[in-house]
Design a protein around this ligand. Structure first.
Ligand code: URP
Ligand code: ZN
Ligand code: ZN
Ligand code: ZN
Length: 491
């Protein structure tokens, strides 16, 4: 046959337009994108009738923690590469960028990379790459950036908080300097760790231990200050950065102001900051711990609205899950591990930070119906691909160029609104922070490199573990220094 797969009667949404197009797939790639009806004489191994539903490039989730060692002073994350990528594909995400974390006690980054490859290899349902977490910017580690880049790793993450990972400003400059030279994009977790530690000690002194005090211990100021500091360091070094998981309107305002000045500052937010507030941490008993992540959900719906606005106006380049799951009821490592006979409400400072969300990111956001469709495709697929050197192979449906990674959604009126339940999900986690949310959409079909890997009504998960491949990434097509040539010491 001429094609492996044809998708007809879809409404194709790209990052710039919405069109009635039909799509043909051959040898894992998008072969043709033509006006509706234009493929009616073509022969294909399989045809999917989208029945008027939206057809989009598969989701790209660029912030995922899987099978990480206990770096945040707490347990290992719950999902491994198999269960995390399985959950991803069942929610329409076809590419993920997970973390390869270097510990403070390690000298080299290349061992970290090799160990992470080993965890992922033959275990993934979807395509994947890694960001390196630099915990120790030793001379050796810095000298390895060049090799990382050659190995297809064009981004790294650093932390301004968490005792086990927190870097001081001189170390951050060391990293930005070397990252600039090698064309690596630096992601920054911008929270002031000392402010958080100080607040935590004050709350502990007053015996305020319940999960809701996690939010008090991470005041917006800690994020706003660190965000401005990160922007300042980036401007000084003329090196692009991406501020991860932004939750605070004041931090978003600093980012917007920097962007308006033409600086290469990029930012990410996550569904947690669109859908959850501090009140979600204040639930009966210990249940509030299910929504403990860092930064925490903020004060009120007005904060969420401001974050939505930031997505709509381009302050946030990408929307990632920050999938970083810990089980709720797991005495050794889960959220409840901070509960003891003495502290039946647990002590917030021992609750592992992070929530699951790799499977719910796309459906939650599309169901909310608050973004223009091309904007939705930008922030969930095209932009993460551009930012992290995967575009247009990922995040697009370009003839002869893009991998055939495709989501087909339900046509208007075909899906009845339903309430999200954790048992619908495919992760290895015993809760979702979004339990009970009303959803109007879910991916009906998902295609990864031409193969139907999710068919919600006929078999559900059809993909196979091991089909997902490591993708070597190029340089960012967005994040570049504003000046060419070597950085010169200002005198
Ligand atoms: O609470 C969070 N976000 N945990 C994951 C670690 C991180 O900082 O991304
Ligand atoms: Zn972080
Ligand atoms: Zn994270
Ligand atoms: Zn299922």
């Amino acid at each position: 046959t001429q094609y492996d797969l044809i998708i007809t009667n879809g409404v194709v949404v790209s990052d710039t337009e919405v069109q009635e197009w039909d799509i043909a797939v051959k040898d894992e790639k998008i072969a043709k994108v033509v006006r509706r009806g234009g493929l009616k004489d073509a022969k294909a191994g399989k045809t999917i009738d989208a029945e008027g539903g939206y057809v989009m490039p598969g989701g790209v989730d660029a912030h995922v923690h899987l099978q990480e060692p206990p770096l945040f002073g707490k347990g290992s994350t719950a999902d491994n590469y198999e269960t995390g990528s399985r959950s991803a594909v069942c929610g329409g995400t076809t590419t993920m960028v997970t973390f390869a974390p270097q510990k403070k006690t390690e000298d080299t980054l290349l061992d970290t990379l090799a160990a992470t490859h080993e965890r992922a290899e033959d275990n993934c349902y979807i395509d994947y790459s890694f960001h390196i977490i630099v915990g120790n910017p030793s001379e050796k580690a810095l000298s390895e950036f060049k090799t990382l880049r050659e190995e297809g790793i064009s981004s790294l993450k650093i932390y301004m908080t968490y005792a086990a990972l927190q870097l001081h400003d001189g170390q951050i400059l060391d990293i930005l300097f070397e990252a600039r030279k090698q064309g690596i994009t630096t992601m920054i977790h911008a929270e002031n760790g000392q402010v958080i530690d100080w607040m935590t000690a004050q709350l502990e002194k007053q015996k305020l231990f319940a999960p809701k005090y996690h939010a008090s211990s991470h005041p917006p100021m800690a994020e706003t200050e660190a965000t401005y500091r990160a922007i300042s360091l980036s401007e000084f070094m003329d090196t692009p950065i991406l501020i991860v998981h932004v939750s605070t309107p004041a931090a978003a305002a600093h980012i917007k102001a920097a962007q308006d000045r033409g600086l290469p500052i990029y930012a990410e937010t996550c569904p947690q900051y669109l859908f959850l507030t501090k009140q979600d941490l204040d639930q009966p008993g210990f249940a509030g711990s299910k929504c403990v992540c860092s930064p925490p959900p903020r004060e009120s719906a007005a904060d969420c609205d401001a974050i939505w606005d930031g997505l709509a106006n381009g302050t946030f380049t990408i929307l990632s899950s920050d999938h970083c799951p810990f089980r709720y009821d797991d005495a050794a490592l889960g959220k409840k591990s901070s509960v003891s006979a003495e502290y039946p409400l647990g002590r917030f400072k021992y609750i592992p930070n992070g929530c699951p969300g790799i499977e719910t990111r796309l459906a939650l956001t599309l169901s909310a119906n608050r973004l223009p469709l091309p904007k939705f495709v930008q922030v969930t697929s095209a932009n993460p691909a551009k930012l992290y050197g995967l575009y247009p192979r990922k995040g697009a449906l370009v003839e002869g160029v893009s991998d055939a990674d495709i989501n087909i959604w339900y046509p208007e009126g075909k899906m009845v609104e339903f309430e999200l339940r954790n048992e619908m999900l495919h992760h290895d986690v015993d809760y979702s922070p979004f339990e009970g949310r009303k959803l109007k959409q879910w991916p009906r079909y998902t295609v990864l490199r031409g193969k139907l890997v999710w068919d919600r009504e006929n078999g559900g998960l059809l993909g196979e573990k091991g089909y997902g491949r490591f993708v070597k990434r190029g340089s960012s097509s967005l994040a570049k220094p504003s000046k060419e040539g070597e950085w010169v010491l200002p005198l």
